[in-house]
Design a protein around this ligand. Structure first.
Ligand code: ATP
Length: 301
């Protein structure tokens, strides 16, 4: 999967918090330097209200002119709704996420946020309301609590604990040598991939964003824990729009709408039940995965 950058707007804050960890800072700076910079339009307008509606109309995008990566993508996202995106490797899922985060602007069609074209909004304004969790968790050298508080420096310990709870991280954190004060990240205690992902998710949950984007955010978490996390996320979906990209269909099963992306276009769409009834790509994947899950679950960590 594609590595994405840590949102620019917390970068300043981040530098403050991690003066101890120059290596980490250097890593982020390198990432930022390699990501495309979308600039504010000269007449960029402020976002009056937190995003509550996002509409994509016939969106198309290509990294190289000769090869379209996304074609004719259309959907509508409203506050309280959860959108799932599935599809084979290279289908364009992460690219679609990048458009939603506005790392790129579409080449065709449009993205409207609260009825305004996204490229016309002040980027920092928009990004302030967006929480993003990728498969590659970013942790810096600092305590567990500091890592979760990144982006919400004013949060109190109870709020940090609650976010960890929702992200399915509280249990393992409480078993660490110094719980929330345990040093992690580079030079700190080494966490498993699934544990890192849950810290990263707790961070996004704590920020309480209007748009929460999860790109394979729990891919390294065992299926039982992931189910608990999904239930928790369902409970906190009301105040926000959620977009979840996953290979594992059980992750997105409960979404209000699921898009099946194949070679850059929406091949199928609907709820889990509707897609099963269609008997297409999704139904085929589900048969394979539910069978495979049944066999491997007992051995999961
Ligand atoms: P995966 O499940 O493996 O993460 P995906 O569905 O997220 O795949 P994308 O990462 O969006 O797919 O990639 C879609 C297509 O765009 C692929 O063919 C990929 O090689 C290409 N692509 C992705 N990022 C870039 C880039 N920065 N420059 C050029 N091509 C790219």
């Amino acid at each position: 999967a594609v590595r994405l950058v840590f949102p620019l707007f917390i970068f300043g804050m981040l530098i403050n918090q991690i003066q101890r960890a120059e290596a980490s800072a250097r890593r982020i700076a390198n990432l930022l330097a390699t990501e495309p910079r979308v600039k504010d339009h000269h007449q960029a307008v402020a976002l009056a209200e937190p995003p509550a509606k996002i509409v994509l109309r016939e969106v198309g995008f290509a990294y190289r002119a000769t090869r379209p990566v996304l074609r004719q993508i259309g959907f509508e996202l409203r506050r309280g709704r959860v959108l799932g995106i599935v599809g084979p490797t290279g289908a364009g899922k992460s690219t679609l996420v990048k458009l939603l985060l506005r790392y790129y602007d579409p080449h065709e069609g449009e993205i409207l946020v609260n009825d305004q074209p996204l490229p016309r909004l002040k980027l920092a304004d928009y990004r302030r309301h967006v929480g993003y969790v990728s498969q590659d968790a970013f942790l810096f050298y600092g305590t567990v609590a500091e890592n979760i508080r990144l982006g919400s420096p004013e949060a109190d310990p109870a709020a940090v604990r609650q976010a960890a709870e929702i992200a399915g991280a509280a249990e393992f954190i409480e078993q660490l040598p110094e719980q929330y004060d345990t040093m992690i990240g580079e030079r700190g205690l080494k966490l498993s991939g699934g544990q890192q992902q849950r810290i990263s998710l707790a961070r996004a949950v704590l920020r309480d964003p209007a748009l929460l984007v999860l790109d394979e955010a729990t891919s390294a978490v065992d299926t039982r824990t992931e189910e608990l996390i999904q239930q928790n996320l369902q409970r906190m979906k009301d105040g926000r729009m959620t977009v979840a990209v996953a290979h594992r269909l059980s992750t997105i099963r409960q979404c209000d709408e699921i898009l099946v992306l194949v070679e850059g276009t929406i091949a199928e769409r609907g709820t889990h039940e509707q897609l099963l009834a269609q008997g297409g790509v999704y139904a085929g994947l589900w048969r394979v995965q539910s069978g495979a899950l049944g066999q491997t679950e007992p051995g999961q960590p």
